[in-house]
Design a protein around this ligand. Sequence first.
Ligand code: MN
Length: 392
Amino acid sequence: MKKTIIFSVMSAFLLMLLPFSTASAAAPTPEGQEDEQQSTTITRDGTQPPIEGDEETFTGDVTVQPLFEANEDAPISGGLVTFQPGARTAWHTHPTGQRLVITEGTGWIQEEGGPVEEVSEGDVVWFPPNVRHWHGASSDSTMSHLALTGEEDGEDVDWMEHVSDEEYQKGQANDEEEQREDASWSEQQEQVTLISAFTAVGEMDSLEEAIHEGLDSGLTINEVKEVLVQLYAYAGFPRSINAINLLMDVVDEREAEGIEDEDGPEASPIPEDSNSIEMGTEVQTELAGEPVEGPLYDFAPVMDDFLKGHLFGDIFARDVLDYETRELATIAALANMGGVDSQLQSHLDMGLNAGLTEEDLEQVITVFESDVDQENAENVDELLQETLDNRE
Ligand code: MN
């Protein structure tokens, strides 16, 4: 008797449970849609089972968590799709387009004919109607996205062929290219640091090596030349002219060896009606963060004119190098010259104003430690700490 009651209660319970869970996993019936339209509905987390991505429409491990179906009032369905590294959709289109919100990880997407683009958490993607595309994880990261897909005549996707490994691997090539670009930028920074440090003290053998490596890293001949021209204002004409002579010899030697170094753009001519002092005051104020004045300039006003008009006007305003690079060169030269802590500290501050990061300046210290001078490296380290404290 007791057993029978338990059995019948359980049967009733199972009977209630089964149709309910089946209904929630399947597409809602028209009646279900009406219900949803007429009352507030909460679909509880975990009540809609995830679906493995079909191998006809996906490559690799893909899990689709259905969230909501399209209905008459809002003809857009929502799903959370998780791709394991290397996994992606096949090529496909959507009749009314699709929005993706990347919720986790890093992925690759591509519109046919366009580049493979990297997307990561927080990025939002729009694929217009009927544009062939694919989306997936990158080769070394998972990626999850919320997919909001419009429906037309009950259809929301038209599947096509798989994305081949060759097509997919173009994302990999992009990543490597970006990494190479980053690497070459910091390599160029390192060489500007070395070229400037050795020019300032006339260490010609080390300078020769740094010029070679600078050109190898992709600095143009005119960029290296411009660093050396600027340094005359800090290290004097003799050091600057010796270094430019050396650059000339190195360029000839490399040309004779068949190495093709790029000349790169030359400085644009300064407009005829421009006034060096006005232009230089603007540059100096921008880099210093405030107008530069003080008793020294009252005592020797001509120095103020030379600094503003010549250094910041005629030299800094030339467009071959950006302010970041000019400040990097100045910092490295002053750091190796010694006895100019006050100027070095000003330029550490101006470098940060120009866009050099704390990491860039720490790299200067590392380069000094390994290739220039240990004591000068420690000095820059101390001055940088003071500069950063003052800026807070
Ligand atoms: Mn899509």
